[in-house]
Design a binder for this molecule. Structure first.
Ligand SMILES: CC/C=C\C/C=C\C/C=C\C/C=C\C/C=C\C/C=C\CCC(=O)SCCNC(=O)CCNC(=O)[C@H](O)C(C)(C)COP(=O)(O)OP(=O)(O)OC[C@H]1O[C@@H](n2cnc3c(N)ncnc32)[C@H](O)[C@@H]1OP(=O)(O)O
Ligand SMILES: CCCCCCCC/C=C\CCCCCCCC(=O)OC[C@@H](O)COP(=O)(O)O
Length: 377
């Protein structure tokens, strides 16, 4: 077991995972571009094809979490709501304090059959990330600049486009708007105080505009809000490098299904509702800290084999040509080819490092980090 663990962290294993991910990802991005003319002829067919192409990319990361690192995911939820998961459109509200929270979200999406079609309100910067960001254009992910004056029109328009989406999806909202850091927490609690809102211990003060505009624009097509609170056992702070090194984590996700009709239509009332929701989420986190579990019964939604099958397919397809290329390079090794290979590998490693950096909290943006001028009225 220890030997296997050591093998997983070897450079060559990491290289293979990255090679398969990047090359298959770029091929899939290219195939997505090829679907562009189809959007003019049959938009719904183009969407269905892109859902499957997108699955081929995102499921590789799910495979890394589930099959490579062996991370376990436990769901705490009401058994009456369970059969509805994956069978209706929903808005998911999730806390944002872990580097792989999005990946655990994807794992649950996969288990409920909505991975290819799931959406998120994502910061614009992520659209430039090769493979994943480029894939997202074709999946109609909603991007925001986190500047309300600009976002209010573009976000509403992108949400309207989702109203006739042909397959069930979950729309993920990190209402905190940025990842939790002690400094951002301190500043957001100053804002809470100035607004007369109770302080939160485990969350940043939620930004309410994105939630309101999402509920307003998806009302009638989305059945519920899934209030989701994620935590990891043993106070672990998991990260992507840990996953790729084969480290096992245990995620606990507490989900409450709230019918959309219960959410107020008026903007101020909707904002107040969201603030109250975050106060409840804070109490669930307190419960978790005290007891090591969330309230209510647990269930482990079954793992599906498709993410692994997809990865094995791409690995078989791409490792053979890599072997041929390496053999050719070694046999015809000239100083120029060696230097060119070193240059290409260095550039790719820098790119990979930058991609991993996107998931790291210590490289988080400065959004929510600046002291704000507060009106105490
Ligand atoms: C059964 C299983 C269930 C669930 C499974 C779980 C999950 C799976 C689901 C789906 C998975 C799908 C995909 C996942 C894949 C990848 C995801 C990857 C990452 C993407 C994540 C991101 O990019 S997060 C960042 C972008 N998103 C957001 O920001 C969303 C939240 N933000 C908003 O809603 C904002 O309002 C906004 C972006 C729309 C606009 O922002 P802006 O800053 O311009 O305006 P604000 O209104 O927010 O700010 C002004 C008001 O805020 C007050 N203020 C000022 N400073 C602060 C502060 N520090 N904290 C809080 N509030 C502050 C200020 O006073 C203003 O107040 P007003 O009273 O005027 O409103
Ligand atoms: C087979 C597996 C191969 C694994 C290789 C995976 C490589 C993936 C590399 C990059 C993934 C890009 C998607 C990252 C999504 C990050 C989500 C995220 O957490 O964004 C932060 C955003 O909310 C808030 O940003 P700030 O805190 O304000 O800054």
């Amino acid at each position: 077991m220890a030997l296997l663990q050591q093998l997983k962290s070897q450079f060559v294993c990491q290289m293979i995972i990255w090679y398969v991910f990047l090359v298959s990802g770029l091929i899939i991005n290219l195939l997505q571009i090829c679907t562009l003319p189809l959007w003019l002829v049959s938009k719904q067919l183009a969407r269905r094809i892109n859902i499957r192409l997108g699955y081929c990319i995102s499921s590789q990361m799910v495979a890394a979490l589930e099959w490579w690192s062996g991370t376990e995911c436990t769901l705490y939820t009401d058994p009456k709501s369970y059969p509805l998961y994956g069978n209706e459109n929903a808005i998911v509200v999730l806390n944002h304090s872990h580097e792989i929270d999005f990946l655990c979200g994807w794992t649950f999406c996969d288990r409920f059959g909505v991975l290819g079609s799931s959406k998120v309100l994502a910061k614009k910067e992520l659209s430039y990330v090769p493979v994943i960001g480029w894939m997202w254009y074709f999946l109609e992910i909603v991007f925001c600049k986190r500047k309300w004056e600009e976002d209010r029109r573009t976000v509403a328009q992108s949400l309207q486009n989702l109203r006739d989406y042909p397959e069930n999806y979950w729309f993920l909202l990190f209402c905190e708007g940025t990842r939790f850091t002690p400094k951002k927490h301190q500043i957001s609690m100053q804002v809470a105080e100035s607004k007369g809102l109770p302080k939160l211990k485990y969350h940043l003060l939620p930004r309410t505009k994105g939630f309101w505009i999402t509920v307003q624009n998806l009302r009638g097509t989305v059945a519920a809000v899934y209030d989701s609170t994620l935590n990891f056992r043993n106070n672990e702070a998991p990260n992507l490098l840990g996953v790729l090194n084969g480290r096992k984590y245990h995620a606990d996700l507490y989900v409450r299904r709230i019918p959309l009709e219960l959410i107020p239509e008026d903007e101020a009332e909707c904002a107040a509702w969201l603030h109250k929701l975050y106060q409840e989420k804070d109490s669930f986190q307190e419960h978790y800290t005290q007891t090591g579990r969330f309230p209510g019964p647990t269930v482990s939604p079954p793992q599906r084999p498709w993410a692994l099958i997809n990865w094995l397919f791409w690995a078989c397809l791409l490792l053979y040509p890599l072997g041929l290329l390496l053999a050719q390079l070694i046999s015809t090794a000239s100083i120029t080819t060696i230097l060119a290979s070193v240059a290409v590998c260095s550039a790719v490693s820098l790119g990979v490092r930058w991609m991993i950096g996107q998931t790291e909290i210590n490289r988080s943006s400065s959004y929510g980090n600046k002291e704000v001028h507060l009106n105490n009225n």
